[in-house]
Design a protein around this ligand. Structure first.
Ligand SMILES: *[C@@H]1O[C@H](CO)[C@@H](O)[C@H](O)[C@H]1NC(C)=O
Ligand SMILES: *[C@@H]1O[C@H](CO)[C@@H](O)[C@H](O)[C@H]1NC(C)=O
Ligand SMILES: *[C@@H]1O[C@H](CO)[C@@H](O)[C@H](O)[C@H]1NC(C)=O
Ligand SMILES: *[C@@H]1O[C@H](CO)[C@@H](O)[C@H](O)[C@H]1NC(C)=O
Ligand SMILES: *[C@@H]1O[C@H](CO)[C@@H](O)[C@H](O)[C@H]1NC(C)=O
Ligand SMILES: *[C@@H]1O[C@H](CO)[C@@H](O)[C@H](O)[C@H]1NC(C)=O
Ligand SMILES: *[C@@H]1O[C@H](CO)[C@@H](O)[C@H](O)[C@H]1NC(C)=O
Ligand SMILES: *[C@@H]1O[C@H](CO)[C@@H](O)[C@H](O)[C@H]1NC(C)=O
Ligand SMILES: *[C@@H]1O[C@H](CO)[C@@H](O)[C@H](O)[C@H]1NC(C)=O
Ligand SMILES: *[C@@H]1O[C@H](CO)[C@@H](O)[C@H](O)[C@H]1NC(C)=O
Ligand SMILES: *[C@@H]1O[C@H](CO)[C@@H](O)[C@H](O)[C@H]1NC(C)=O
Length: 715
């Protein structure tokens, strides 16, 4: 996190900086200047409350406004000068200094925001970001009316944002990202008319954006992603015509994207995503030709790709239109756009053949999950180009199977790559580099291909594959495989968890050539990068969705929530799924939620440690070493609805009865029931009710400890 540097570049800041510098220089000539005693006392009290020591560069026991504290450049240029103050000593004919800037950055200070801050009335800059400050945001901050720059981002602050913030009329930049606030953005933001930067991403706010927000005409950066904001995306955002950087993804906003957005022609960075409701067209972007990053992923856009002439986007470096309903051909003008480096068009409805030429600037082309066909153009296997063509209609045979990394023929629509399906299980240690035998007796195969940005891998045995899409935004070196040497609790297989795969957009594992039938899918997770202590890094949040065979199994899945906030603790999820076309598709999908920048910029998205898939009725023939013991995971059944338990009781009874005749079928049903654990949608109450004939008395079999036991028939 180095937002600080971005924050201090506006012209007005520079001017103020210059003035301060001149004042500081003139002050230095007059050694007698002293800091007001109430400020000294307040500063000392604040530091002792927080258990902080001043850095050696300055003089907290003596005259604090001496040394580095009166060197204007020291604070900006020296990251070691932290905590840091900066003073202006020109008051009362250069006899009095006042503390104008205070920085306590990323020092994991634990505590509240102390009332003594109120005595530092001359503060213009207050940066307390990346600590573990708790409690609410005190109303008295509204009295520090000289503040121009206030950052409290990445702390553990709670409660609502106080309306007194509206008194800070000189604010140019306000950052409260990544905290645990609740409630809406207060109406009073309308009084912060000088505001140029507002960072409220991941801070817990919800509700509709207040209409008064439309008065922030000077706003250049608005980061509002990963909150619970609801309602339509407000029209008036399109009137904030100075906006350069707008991030709205990962909320509960309804589309369509307002037509007024077409006015935002000064945008260089636009990230909208994860919309529900009405479809949007692409037309609103046509005049946003200053864009460097355009990310409209998962935004319910329905349009023809040709409706935008991208050749005018002479600065565009990153374009993500994936997970929409975009039709048409992959247009040559887009592929030949010279500055474009990253292009994500996956999971749309693009058809036709690929153009013959691409811009040499392109390093990443994601076209997976479309309807493309025809021959490979010559560029597909260019050096340094990552291209993902998984799940299209390319006909691939022996003559061209080796042009791209092998196995792509197994990952096209409707084109099996095996003569007869022979597998009934597989297991993968995500990120692992050697086979591991798990405590369930499965052999977890290694999965250590780096698979950056847009790539895939299929095992030589064509038993399983993996496809990964996405670039970690704002990070040049995002990690697709993450490691730790920690031991893990809640598992016998600690080693499986020491590596994990992480994806900034979409990660899919495939089972290939499976015999059809019912399968158990076990996914294993653990949080290995966000600690569970009182540090700013513990505020990291990872949230994603899980689909199996295209069905949504988990929404907003948060590994740490499953373990009551504990890191390095294994979480297992089991699902029963049907394989009907010899193929299984396990999809981890980032829907814009979770923190973006902990512990580093661009650290987010789903992660998985291991997975295993096994048939309930396979006998493991031709499948050495990978058979799971299907009698595991019968523990942990949470007693919920009495009727559920009653049904379970009945099926156990019925099971005992049917056992002699239909052993195999029973196993399937039993496992289905046991997999109810943590997965309340397997049988709805309505399904159970109808299966048990509305719990009619004629279906009562007996009475158990939880109430009557009913007979039910599953149809
Ligand atoms: C600290 O302040 C005292 C005066 O209170 C002064 O004598 C001393 O030189 C200062 N030390 C530094 C390193 O500036
Ligand atoms: C002010 O701080 C900068 C950066 O730490 C340093 O290079 C410079 O020498 C300092 N100036 C004075 C007068 O101490
Ligand atoms: C500085 O001047 C102001 C009025 O101009 C006065 O109120 C204040 O007490 C003075 N401060 C000191 C420390 O002399
Ligand atoms: C602020 O300073 C005054 C003395 O000038 C003192 O009486 C008061 O207690 C201080 N307030 C805080 C919150 O430190
Ligand atoms: C904004 O400021 C104006 C006057 O400066 C005041 O009348 C109004 O009540 C303030 N609005 C809010 C919501 O605080
Ligand atoms: C866009 O920015 C330019 C300077 O970069 C400025 O002159 C212009 O007024 C801005 N346009 C809008 C609509 O704010
Ligand atoms: C884009 O700009 C052109 C020329 O200024 C204008 O005619 C057109 O209406 C604009 N399109 C949109 C969608 O704003
Ligand atoms: C995809 O596009 C074709 C026309 O090219 C259309 O017939 C089809 O309905 C579209 N499918 C989806 C899922 O949008
Ligand atoms: C592979 O080769 C076959 C036969 O030569 C051809 O029909 C097919 O289009 C080629 N596939 C690709 C993706 O180039
Ligand atoms: C897969 O096959 C390729 C080429 O046939 C070979 O180089 C590679 O070592 C094999 N990988 C494994 C894991 O067997
Ligand atoms: C990425 O690079 C930055 C700066 O070079 C470094 O601080 C960070 O640790 C790196 N992150 C990873 C995940 O390697």
């Amino acid at each position: 996190m180095r937002r600080r540097h971005e924050l201090l570049v506006s012209p007005s800041c520079c001017l103020i900086g210059l003035v301060l510098l001149l004042l500081a220089l003139s002050a230095r000539a007059q050694r007698q200047a002293q800091t007001g005693p109430s400020e000294v006392a307040a500063l000392n009290t604040i530091f002792s409350r927080w258990g902080l020591r001043a850095s050696t560069a300055w003089n907290i026991s003596g005259e604090p406004c001496s040394g580095a504290a009166i060197n204007e450049t020291a604070m900006d240029s020296d990251n070691e000068f932290n905590p840091a103050i900066n003073c202006v000593c020109s008051y009362n004919i250069s006899t009095v200094c006042h503390i104008t800037r205070l920085r306590v950055y990323a020092l994991d200070v634990v505590g509240q925001i102390p009332a003594e801050l109120l005595n530092l009335t001359y503060l213009t800059v207050l940066d307390l970001s990346q600590n573990y400050l708790t409690g609410s945001l005190p109303a008295f901050l509204g009295k520090l009316t000289r503040l121009q720059y206030l950052s409290l981002s990445i702390n553990a602050l709670t409660g609502v944002l106080p309306s007194e913030l509206g008194n800070l009329k000189n604010l140019i930049s306000l950052g409260v990202s990544t905290n645990k606030f609740v409630g809406p953005l207060p109406e009073v933001v309308e009084n912060l008319t000088k505001l140029e930067q507002l960072y409220i991403d991941s801070c817990g706010l919800s509700g509709e954006l207040p209409s008064s927000f439309s008065k922030l005409k000077n706003l250049k950066s608005l980061w509002a992603s990963d909150n619970g904001f609801t309602g339509k995306i407000p029209d008036y955002i399109g009137s904030l015509s100075n906006l350069q950087d707008l991030r709205l993804h990962g909320n509960n906003f309804d589309g369509p994207i307002p037509a007024s957005f077409s006015n935002l022609i000064n945008l260089t960075n636009l990230r909208i995503g994860d919309l529900t409701g009405e479809l949007s067209s692409l037309a609103f972007v046509v005049n946003m030709t200053s864009l460097y990053t355009l990310d409209l992923r998962n935004s319910r856009i329905s349009d023809n790709l040709a409706s935008v002439d991208f050749s005018k986007f002479v600065n565009l470096n990153y374009l993500d239109l994936s997970f929409n309903s975009i039709t048409g051909k992959v247009t040559p003008n887009l592929l030949n756009l010279n500055p474009l480096e990253f292009l994500f068009l996956g999971s749309n409805n693009l058809s036709g053949i690929l153009p013959d030429m691409i811009s040499p600037s392109l390093t990443t082309i994601d076209l997976s999950y479309n309807m493309l066909s025809g021959r490979y153009p010559s560029w597909v296997n260019m050096n340094n180009l990552h291209v993902n063509l998984v799940w299209n209609n390319f006909g691939i045979d022996n003559s061209n199977n080796s042009i791209l990394p092998s196995g792509l023929n197994c990952l096209q629509r409707d084109t099996p790559c095996f003569d007869s399906p022979s597998y009934s299980s597989f297991a993968v240690d995500s990120g692992g580099s050697r086979p591991i035998r798990g405590s369930d007796n499965s052999i977890y195969e290694p999965d250590d291909a780096s698979l950056p940005v847009a790539s895939y891998y299929v095992t030589n045995s064509t038993r399983w594959g993996v496809s990964n899409i996405g670039r970690f935004m704002d990070s040049s070196n995002g990690s697709y495989i993450i490691y730790t040497s920690r031991r893990f609790t809640n598992t016998l297989d600690s080693e499986l968890f020491q590596t994990a795969r992480m994806s900034p957009s979409s990660l899919r594992y495939y089972g290939i050539g499976l015999k059809n039938g019912m399968y158990s899918v076990v996914l294993q997770f653990a949080e290995i990068f966000f600690p569970d202590d009182q540090t700013w890094k513990s505020m990291g949040k990872r949230i994603f969705n899980i689909y199996i065979q295209g069905d949504l199994k988990e929404t907003d899945f948060d590994i740490k929530k499953q373990t009551n906030g504990k890191s390095y603790t294994a979480v297992q999820r089991q699902y029963t799924v049907e394989v009907t076309n010899n193929f299984i598709d396990i999809h981890l999908f980032w829907a814009g939620k979770g923190t973006c920048c902990i512990p580093d910029q661009g650290f987010y998205g789903p992660s998985i440690s291991a997975l295993s898939v096994s048939s309930y009725d396979g006998n493991g023939e031709g499948d050495p070493g990978s058979q799971r013991n299907s009698t595991t995971s019968r523990t942990g059944l949470v007693v919920g609805v009495v009727v559920c338990v009653a049904i379970l009781g009945f099926l156990a009874l019925a099971g005992a009865f049917v056992w002699r005749q239909k052993r195999r079928r029973l196993e399937v049903e039993m496992e289905e029931l046991f997999s109810i654990v943590g997965r309340p949608n397997v049988f709805s109450y309505g399904e159970i009710k109808s299966a048990a004939d509305s719990f009619s008395d004629s279906n009562i079999l007996g009475r158990g400890g939880y109430g009557p036991v009913y007979k039910a028939r599953q149809t």
